[in-house]
Design a binder for this molecule. Sequence first.
Ligand code: PLP
Length: 388
Amino acid sequence: MSHKKFETDAIRTQSERSQFSEHSVPLYLTSGFVFDDAEDMRASFAEEKQRDLYSRYSNPNVNEFVDKVCAMEGAEAGFAFASGMAAVFSTFATLLDAGDHVVSCSSVFGATHGLFTKYFPKWNIECSYFSINDVEAIEDLIQPNTKFIYAETPTNPGVDVLDMEALSAICKKHDLLLVIDNCFATPYLQNPIKFGADLVIHSATKLMDGQGRVLGGVTVGRADLIREIYLFSRLTGPAMSPFNAWVLSKSLETLAIRVEKHCENALKLAEYLQAHPKVKWVKYPFLKSHPKYDIAKKQMKLGGNIVAFEVEGGLDGGRTFLNAIKMCSLSANLGDTRTIVTHPASTTHAKVEPEVKAAAGITNGMVRVSVGLEHVDDIITDLEQALG
Ligand SMILES: Cc1ncc(COP(=O)(O)O)c(C=O)c1O
């Protein structure tokens, strides 16, 4: 495990220099690797040698990206995927057998929720949900066949915060694994392993890339579990492409300074919105008014780049606000240099049952802002005129 500082690991973790003595790591666009002779090939396939065989298994660019995320998260090992959802699915599919049960926070990314409700039942895997406001209910949901507790913190899109130490204590008591989606925080703001998580998942598509270019995902954590995830993924083929790994590894070099600025802009915007007469409420982990402010302060370095708030007028109010936006983007992604504004109640959560929406903290007039790196005055000006 690395003992260097975060920024140094992000920059100085590099795949081995080639015979060309390049300074910046080149792109290894190759599906396969060559062997010296039959014995070299046999020993490599038998894993007597640690080396790349085929890019569905590993590749120098992908290894570099994974090594960086492991160093940043304080993890023993990892595996990188084509997208965040490939990481979520492959991790679950590796850990779960038919007849198993999962306890998940009800406030999870829509596609993850879709896996639990649409596909897992057909493999006889059950899921029970706890509300973000009722963490005490978790122990009552645990069954003899429960394998792990799953949560995101902060949550998407409600920006709620869960106490990972408390979740980990429940997992230890009942001999369960704790799996955390750390996408909103990034490893720069929060390291779930320090608070007891066994596995940490990221959609690298978000702040890790930070410029809205490529998809990617990664799971890091306990080496024994990652080994199983690797064996599953080696057969099923959800691996990250070397090109995306090359882009993402270079992006990680600037993660710390980018995330610092995202958070500075987000806090300024949250404070501005909190004082605005047409805004009913604002949720941002580092605002004192956030219901879990103390927990956010305990486990996060800064508050992240997502701000949620409620405009007047419910569903129509939210849509009117979005229509009035001039500079910011209306887009499904988040964690980009460009500020993105969404209205969950009329888009991602339009078909979700009212009680499920309420449990996830989504109201009809709620707007989610992924605060970008434009000058914060211009972001505020755009939102101000849209509120007006
Ligand atoms: C919290 C969270 N997890 C997972 C994902 C899925 O990631 P991807 O879009 O890279 O598949 C997302 C995407 O928005 C997300 O917000």
